[in-house]
Design a protein around this ligand. Structure first.
Ligand code: IPE
Ligand code: IPE
Ligand code: MG
Ligand code: MG
Length: 379
């Protein structure tokens, strides 16, 4: 068997390396066998390249399917119900979306050998649920820009944005028609969890001493649950319930880490394509703000003062963002993000060694590196 094929088959069996004899029991073997085993344990460049190429082809398929799902032939001006699909396309086909959920769907799917056409449906549905939640979120947060463009609410008003979000959610369900019923019923539950998470977040506004377990429940609901659904669904396509539990646990923690990274970005003017300081302006007790308020009495007093004022100005918000980071809360946020990732990868278990799994590990490391980079002083 050629080396790469042997490596591939060894890596495709999640239990294979755990079952190897111990070093003591292998004592009499020839050294070259140990070297060969070491080589097999390393993923070959060909495997890594193949997954990377397949991932980009997958994202291209997702883009095409999203375009098709959103093309109902209406391209009207701001009058009439056609505006709902126009608003959806304005957000979803904007080009600046990272497509994090579809990418992870593919990687989890590859780790369990799920068929690509079914994974495209899950990924498209996941991205549409995400998009529906963003159309609503920008109304809830009063956001003016997203993905470098004016938001739907800024262009067409809150009513059109909310109704467009509803319509986009129905497109997500249409995409799942051919797939197992449980995937659709878990999507319904996920949207309910996300909605409750956002409402809990709105109710927590202004609470500078929000307990961290409540903060985490909010974030697990609004962001973690959809990451979890994408990953669980990849395993459910294969009727692998145990893997679904592992994947769901892993991805919902990755979603929490992802939200922590996003909350750091809000504290600075970084050209993310979104309004800067929107969390501060909305009196949102994000993790770095809660940590800073706990670390520094001055920051706690300033946050409380601003959040009790009739209006937070952008200048005040920018100064507060700086003060929050000056307490070291940014570094603590990255530490928390690291902890979530470590627990996520633990939950992934043997799948972390498989094609797809290795890229999930790499994706997590990249998230951590980027979060750390946002803290580097800029000249
Ligand atoms: C934004 O999601 C909402 C969060 C959960 C932080 P993304 O950061 O994935 O936004 P896009 O899809 O790339 O625009
Ligand atoms: C994510 O939270 C909202 C949802 C999951 C709906 P944020 O409010 O932080 O997302 P952004 O920063 O607006 O993208
Ligand atoms: Mg928002
Ligand atoms: Mg945010």
């Amino acid at each position: 068997m050629p080396l790469t094929e042997a490596a591939q088959s060894a890596l495709c069996n999640p239990g294979s390396w755990d079952e190897r004899p111990t070093r003591r029991a292998r004592g009499s073997r020839l050294p070259f066998q140990a070297i060969l085993r070491g080589m097999l344990r390393q993923p070959s460049h060909a495997d890594l390249l193949e997954t990377a190429v397949d991932l980009e082809a997958f994202v291209a398929d997702v883009e095409a399917a999203l375009t098709a799902a959103l093309d109902d032939g209406t391209h009207a001006g701001p009058e009439g119900p056609e505006v709902l699909m126009e608003a959806a396309r304005n957000l979803i086909l904007a080009g600046a979306a990272k497509r994090a959920r579809p990418r992870l769907t593919f990687l989890f799917g590859r780790a369990i050998d799920a068929p690509v056409d079914a994974l495209v449906d899950v990924a498209v549905a996941g991205e549409l649920i995400h998009a529906g939640s963003l159309l609503h979120d920008d109304v809830v947060d009063g956001a003016e820009t997203r993905r470098g463009r004016p938001t739907a609410n800024a262009l067409w008003g809150a009513t059109a944005a909310v109704l467009s979000g509803d319509l986009v959610l129905t497109l997500a369900f249409a995409q799942l028609r051919k797939r197992r019923r449980i995937i659709t019923s878990e999507a319904v539950e996920t949207i309910a969890t996300m909605t409750r998470g956002v409402m809990a977040e709105v109710l927590a506004r202004g609470r500078v001493e929000l307990p961290l377990d409540q903060w985490r429940a909010i974030v697990a609901g609004k962001t973690g649950s959809l990451f979890g659904w994408c990953a669980r669904s990849a395993a459910l396509l294969m009727e692998e319930d145990e893997a679904a539990d592992r994947f769901g646990d892993c991805a919902s923690r990755l979603g929490i880490a992802f939200q922590l990274a996003d909350d750091l970005l809000d504290l600075q003017r970084l050209g993310t394509g979104k309004d800067a300081f929107n969390d501060i302006l909305n009196r949102e007790p994000t993790f770095p703000i809660l940590v800073a308020a706990d670390r520094s009495k001055e920051v706690r007093t300033e946050v409380a003062r601003l959040w009790n004022a009739p209006r937070v100005t952008p200048g005040n918000a920018e100064a507060l963002g700086r003060a929050v980071l000056a307490t070291g809360a940014g570094a603590e946020t990255v530490e928390r993000l690291q902890e979530e990732i470590a627990a996520a990868l633990e939950a992934l278990g043997p799948y972390a060694e498989r094609p797809g799994g290795r890229e999930i590990v790499a994706w997590s490391k990249e998230l951590e590196t980027r979060a750390r980079e946002t803290l580097r002083p800029r000249g």
